[in-house]
Design a protein around this ligand. Structure first.
Ligand SMILES: NC(=O)c1ccc[n+]([C@@H]2O[C@H](COP(=O)([O-])OP(=O)(O)OC[C@H]3O[C@@H](n4cnc5c(N)ncnc54)[C@H](O)[C@@H]3O)[C@@H](O)[C@H]2O)c1
Ligand SMILES: [Zn+2]
Ligand SMILES: [Zn+2]
Length: 374
């Protein structure tokens, strides 16, 4: 069949994207789903910084590539071996397919699936296939999803079935921003009621972490960003303290305000500077989690002795250390009870044709989540 898709043909691309138009809306061929795959009609797809990083070269990927990985849709058709999902079901996409059998999958850590990471690195589905083509040339899938499109073929292991009554624009956010941000707090850090949490970097991921920290019962929730507007929004969402990251004394101010630093600091900016700040504001014995994705050449420098003498923990957080089939329904249930108001992360919606302009807004920090609707 044919579908429209937003295709990136070279990387990096200069800003502003409204002029350079890195994504072209093309009509491409989409093959039918393989045995363990689904054809999904996309309902909504959010713009995440990880898509932006493919465009600006911070995350080098093979082109041509159809972008978009934070999405929800309706299943139109299923492959011959799919038994537990049927046409008409509503699904949220997860951006790391999990095989269920490799060592990390076997120990309950599907975010680290080895075949899943290989497929994502190569721009294929978990099956190793590409289902998209343009003039007979294969188009790579982004993170097994490629959701800036009317239709997508995805692995069954890239989708989680949800109830049908959640609006698509909200459902989409659970696929990346919420899974990553809330998961970083509840799974990676395992924040306990009464503890203190700082979040450095307040985009969709970081603000979801703020919401997660509040839901987890954190006593202090410290929001840190370079932008005043992001701090204001974090305070409106329930953060207890807010600090500008650009202030040269910010680390000392946060350490003083929290009497020696926070129990958990989550970096959600994708920059080494942000990570180093997160480390400096973590208390003795505390945990610093890194969820941002910096350029692959980036190196982190920390005072070595502090790690030992202060018994610090540094932990990476990919996909919020989540099990998507467990955590997406769990986070949606919290949302329904009013404990996780993720709709507050939704800044704007728009059509696929305006996606380049929308990436400028994300790049300039003028939206939290902009969601493409179909
Ligand atoms: N670990 C994962 O599984 C995962 C999943 C999704 C996104 N990510 C990554 O997480 C990061 C955040 O994604 P997003 O979509 O929320 O991005 P975003 O662009 O919406 O937000 C990033 C925020 O970080 C702030 N920031 C930048 N440098 C900073 C600094 N030095 N100190 C403090 N704040 C700073 C920006 O002002 C902005 O508000 C990106 O690097 C993205 O690639 C990781
Ligand atoms: Zn993402
Ligand atoms: Zn696996």
């Amino acid at each position: 069949m044919k579908t429209r898709a937003a295709v990136l043909r070279k990387s990096p691309v200069e800003r502003p994207y409204a002029n350079t138009r890195p994504l072209s809306i093309e009509t491409v061929d989409l093959d039918p789903p393989g045995p363990d795959e689904l054809l999904v009609r996309i309902g909504a797809a959010g713009l995440c910084h990880s898509d932006l990083s493919v465009i600006n070269g911070d995350r080098p990927r093979s082109v041509p590539m159809a972008l978009g990985h934070e999405a929800a849709g309706t299943v139109e058709a299923v492959g011959s071996s799919v038994r537990d999902i049927a046409p008409g079901d509503r699904v949220v996409m997860s951006f790391m397919p999990s095989c269920g059998h490799c060592p990390p999958c076997a120990e309950g850590r599907p975010a680290l699936c080895i075949p899943g990471a290989e497929a994502n690195g190569k721009g294929t589905l978990l099956s190793g296939e590409r289902r998209l083509r343009c003039d007979a040339v294969p188009v790579h899938h982004h993170l097994g999803v490629s959701a800036f499109a009317d239709y997508a073929v995805v692995s069954r292991h890239s989708a989680v079935r949800i109830e049908a009554d959640l609006p698509m624009v909200e459902a989409a956010l659970f696929g990346c921003a919420v899974l990553t941000g809330v998961g970083a707090v509840v799974n990676t850090c395992q924040v306990k009621p009464g503890q203190s949490v700082a979040v450095v970097g307040l985009g969709g991921v970081g603000l979801a972490a703020v919401l997660g920290a509040i839901a987890a019962g954190a006593e202090r929730v410290v929001a840190v960003d370079l932008s005043e507007d992001k701090l204001k929004l974090a305070l409106q969402l329930g953060a207890t303290d807010a600090f500008l990251a650009g202030d040269p004394d910010v680390a000392e101010k946060i350490r003083e305000a929290t009497r020696g630093g926070v129990d958990h600091a989550v970096e959600a900016a994708g920059s080494v500077r942000a990570f180093e700040l997160a480390y400096r504001i973590t208390r003795r014995g505390g945990l610093t989690a890194s969820a941002g994705l910096a350029h692959p050449s980036s190196q982190i420098a920390i005072p070595a002795v502090s790690l030992v003498a202060e018994e610090r923990t540094i932990r990476g957080s990919y996909m919020g250390s989540c099990v998507p089939s467990r955590d997406i329904p769990r986070f949606i249930a919290l949302h329904r009870r009013g404990k996780l108001p993720v709709d507050r992360l939704l800044s704007s919606t728009g059509p696929l044709e305006e996606i380049n302009e929308a990436f400028d807004l994300l790049d300039q920090g003028r939206v939290i989540r902009h969601v493409i609707t179909f």
